[in-house]
Design a protein around this ligand. Sequence first.
Ligand code: FAD
Length: 455
Amino acid sequence: MELFDLIVIGGGPGGYLCAERAAQGGMKVALFEERALGGTCLNEGCVPTKTLLNSAKLYRHATESEAFGVTAGNVTLDHARVVERKNKVVHTLVSGVKGTMKGCKVTVIDKRAAIEGRAEGGFAVKAGSDTYTAKRLVLASGSETVVPPIPGLKEGIESGFVVTNREVLDRKELPKELVVIGGGVIGLEMACYFASVGVHVTVIEMMPKIAGPTDPAICKVLMDEYGKRGMEFKLSCKVLEVTKDSVLYEEAGEKKEVKCDLVLLSAGRKPFTQGLGVEKLGLEMNRAAIVTDSHLCTNVAGVYAIGDCNGKLMLAHTAYREAEVAVNHMLGVRDEMRYDVIPAVIYTDPEVACVGESVESAQAKGLAVKEVKLPMLFAGRYVAENRGGRGFIKLVVDTDRNCLVGCHMVGSYASEIVMTAVMMIDTGLPPERLKKLVFPHPTVAEVIREAIFQI
Ligand code: FAD
């Protein structure tokens, strides 16, 4: 039986980057992936959704181009071709990961793996009828869609009337009426795509607002913008039942129905650890999540859990960074995970990007903060490229420590601009120093510079 230095279970962004970094660090690595390398992120998450959203953005720009002096004629969107292109993009990126694994001499095993227990020299993992051993284990098994116990939901999934992010991305026909259960980030991005290409979308959300903890003023802009595209929001509404052609929900104590030809279930995700064999090693769990410390170590020495399966911050870039921190721990390199400066983006149109504290979260931690809010219209490029536009930026400043601790924005390029704020928060530089940074002109990012001068 071959002894590896490291076995990684799960080939998503956490798992494949971990395998790559460990191999680069001189370890002999085996990576188990039961579905497709790239995991949720490349195959049915981040990348495919952004590919669709880009087509929706092009379509919208083309249909609204007259105001910019461009007549585009008869603009149409062929959803089947959008999906075809998405498949090509996914194929290109997954092939890239395969090539990287090969280049790093990582042994990729296309099988489902489960922990068998301790073994001489480390741990044993079973895949099919074979057993593999390694000195260390990294669990990177990702997450799965939450299926709430709503009557009719399971039957709907079986019949294809209800889909999750997995199936919806492969459907070649557009529905006429789509109901999205859940107004979180994933639901909103998909709702934004479908509404932008002419589908009537109703979002049913149990909470009084969309997009989870996102700044309420940002959510208001999103709802107004989506509303213009005909999207309807049913907030503070509880889904009661899914029938063969409708969704029943409760609004202010009244039972209501919305007819539709497709339902997208997007009511959250949870760590996917079932059948992984965590009990064989007595790993400490918090419900389905594997408990880890700031080095991604579990309660069992030599076993790490990275990415969505530890349930901390279910984002691909968190998984990447956790992979590096875990490998550094194995190699004895000083490193530690920081969760407070991880940006979060909603890739709708307009885009939303946030990092760090809000005024409320900062005050809850006892920080003395002040907020600076500025419309994106302060940036020349934003004015040039938008008709009006309600985009804005909010900076949260720690007045005791004299540094930036949060940034929240809605508007074009927010996903790219937020990295500037990440660096400002991470370095903790005072506003006086940040004022000396020179931004390229004209860029929308200049709005950060303008906001810093208002502190
Ligand atoms: P995953 O990517 O889920 O990979 C885990 C892999 O492990 C899977 O391929 C699975 O098949 C495999 N596996 C599990 N158990 C076993 C086993 N026992 N044996 C073998 N293989 C196993 N995040 C962002 O940062 N930005 C975004 O824009 C974004 N958009 C998203 C859009 C959607 C629709 C969804 C669903 C998610 C999105 N996410 C986004 C979240 C992001 O996809 C995840 O945070 C990220 O994929 C987590 O990476 P991971 O490596 O932990 O797990």
